[in-house]
Design a protein around this ligand. Structure first.
Ligand code: FE2
Length: 207
């Protein structure tokens, strides 16, 4: 029977997975940038593309620090996330809605990476691979910053703009309502507007 693998073997395996994930993202990020309408969002994706290039180099340094050959192993997780992002890009959304969806796709990828690097840092520290741990921590910090940047863009106007296009007449409309309810609520809003216009006209004529 083959000898049981150790945490070190699992660590190397996860590093190969992360290396492949970064390479997949390096190709995906320019596509997200191209699909984005907001110039800030485009820039955020392109900046993270450049960071990703640096993260690939950092992983190469990690392999070297462990006397391991640089090797990737197909990362199914990130491939799935990228695949979902591609289907979103094929949808016919208005510009702000598309930007909101691209942010959602990007954040799924960032969170996947944050989970992976969080584990890698913890394992590297537990096994005393200090140089590797420091390099991996730098990448983890960059992923977190990239995620926060996307949140800031979403909450700094993109979601609101997309929501306005989704519910132009009634700001108070709850999320998740059916189209029928939306139609009914816009009829009510129109009726309310007509009533208040009549009242305004009546009070104006009394003056
Ligand atoms: Fe990354």
């Amino acid at each position: 029977m083959a000898e049981a693998g150790t945490l070190h073997d699992a660590f190397i395996d996860e590093l190969r997975d992360a290396y492949d994930a970064e390479k997949q993202l390096l190709k995906a990020l320019p596509k997200l940038a191209k699909a984005a309408s907001s110039p800030e969002l485009q820039q955020a994706f392109l900046t993270h593309r450049d960071e990703t290039q640096g993260q690939i180099s950092k992983l190469e340094e990690v392999f070297a620090s462990l006397d391991e050959k640089v090797r990737g192993k197909h990362c199914d997780g990130i491939a799935g996330i990228i695949e979902e992002g591609k289907s979103v890009m094929e949808e016919d959304f208005d510009e702000a809605a598309m930007d909101a969806c691209l942010i959602a796709s990007g954040q799924r990828a960032e969170h996947y990476e944050m989970a992976a690097y969080g584990t890698l840092v913890a394992w590297a520290r537990a096994m005393g691979h200090t140089d590797a741990a420091d390099l991996l921590q730098q990448t983890l910090d960059e992923e977190k910053a990239a995620d926060e940047k996307l949140t800031a863009l979403a909450e700094g106007g993109i979601n609101e703009e997309a929501a306005r296009a989704a519910h132009p007449e009634d700001k108070a409309t709850e999320e998740g309502e059916s189209d029928e309810k939306d139609a009914a609520s816009s009829r009510k809003t129109a009726a309310r507007a007509a009533t208040s216009m009549k009242k305004a006209a009546a009070s104006a004529s009394r003056r």
